[in-house]
Design a protein around this ligand. Structure first.
Ligand SMILES: *[C@@H]1O[C@H](CO)[C@@H](O)[C@H](O)[C@H]1NC(C)=O
Length: 310
């Protein structure tokens, strides 16, 4: 409540003297998981949300290819119709469950106005998602990306996302990631949680690297999971519409609909590179070795077939 007032105050100030003074959020812990405070604020209400059995949930750790999957799903559900993505921004088409900044409709506000079947986005780790996801046996798509590229992408994202916690210097950022101190907590626990439950809970578990390698194959997997059967030419069209280049130039998915006080894309673009292995341009050999050693320890009990990790 108090922060919300502060935020509104800053926004007003910003409007009056044209100074971007929006405060960045801070990390707080909710049930042991680090969350930006503007997200933690919506946590209880989000947990109580009950989806309809027909709703589809897209889940990921931040910066793993969420928007990419969202756009693919949207096109699949609209028979590859170009006009579908133009109907509204990706934020309005697929509400972000726990999203809550004071001067924009929250994810829950948007959901209230929509009738099922809906597509809902969340970054929540398995133990924090609403019980209703499981009770109602909603379809769930999880997208995972190798840790180092996710970390790099998260770093650049936090530089430009003015509502998010400060990333701080690069070296320290690596350690925050390793310690699970970034928003939505430990990447390691996040991917492990969904990986271990994927069969029991009928979760479609996708890898960013597989999507890059053969988008058509992965789009067909998503299509089948959704019980859709679209003709080949429609699938080809969806592949084309969701290339990095086309996504980057699509104003309904490139987040240019957010003002500079939220995402300052002059610092770093929301659709930054979309490549595999960009971590090699960021980690020193020493940082990489330290990261890998820690990774082996944290991931030793599971064999998740990530590629481009080492
Ligand atoms: C988003 O897309 C629009 C339309 O193609 C383009 O003018 C704009 O530069 C893009 N924004 C970013 C940040 O890439």
């Amino acid at each position: 409540k108090k922060r919300c007032k502060q935020l509104q105050y800053s926004i007003t100030r910003q409007k009056t003297n044209n100074q971007p003074v929006i405060p960045r959020s801070l990390i707080v812990k909710v049930q042991g998981v680090s969350l930006p405070d503007h997200i933690a604020k919506a946590f209880e209400a989000a947990s109580a949300f009950t989806p309809d059995p027909s709703d589809l949930i897209i889940i990921s750790y931040p910066k793993s290819g969420t928007t990419w999957i969202q756009e693919i799903v949207d096109l699949l559900l609209h028979n590859g119709d170009d006009g579908s993505s133009k109907r509204a921004s990706i934020v309005k088409r697929h509400p972000f469950l726990e999203y809550c900044i004071c001067y924009e409709p929250s994810g829950l506000d948007l959901l209230k106005e929509m009738d099922p079947p809906r597509v809902i986005k969340t970054h929540m780790p398995l133990q924090l998602v609403p019980a209703g996801f499981w009770e109602n046996k909603c379809k769930i798509i999880y997208i995972a990306r190798n840790a180092k590229d996710t970390l790099v992408s998260y770093y650049h994202f936090l530089r430009m996302s003015k509502i998010s916690p400060e990333p701080g210097p690069w070296e320290g950022f690596i350690h925050k990631f390793m310690r699970g101190e970034l928003g939505w907590g430990s990447w390691y626990d996040h991917v492990k949680g969904y990986w271990e439950e994927r069969e029991k809970r009928n979760i479609l578990f996708l890898f960013y690297e597989d999507m890059k390698e053969n988008p058509r194959r992965e789009i067909e997997r998503i299509m089948k999971y959704l019980d859709l059967y679209l003709p080949d030419d429609v699938i080809s069209h969806i592949v084309e519409m969701t290339t990095f280049k086309n996504m980057e130039e699509n104003p309904m998915v490139n987040y240019s609909f957010f003002g500079k006080e939220i995402f300052d894309q002059t610092i770093s673009k929301f659709m930054r590179k979309g490549e595999i292995g960009d971590w090699k341009n960021h980690f020193t050999p020493e940082q990489s070795a330290e990261f890998d050693e820690d990774y082996q320890k944290k991931m030793k009990n599971v064999n998740i077939p990530f590629r481009a990790q080492f």
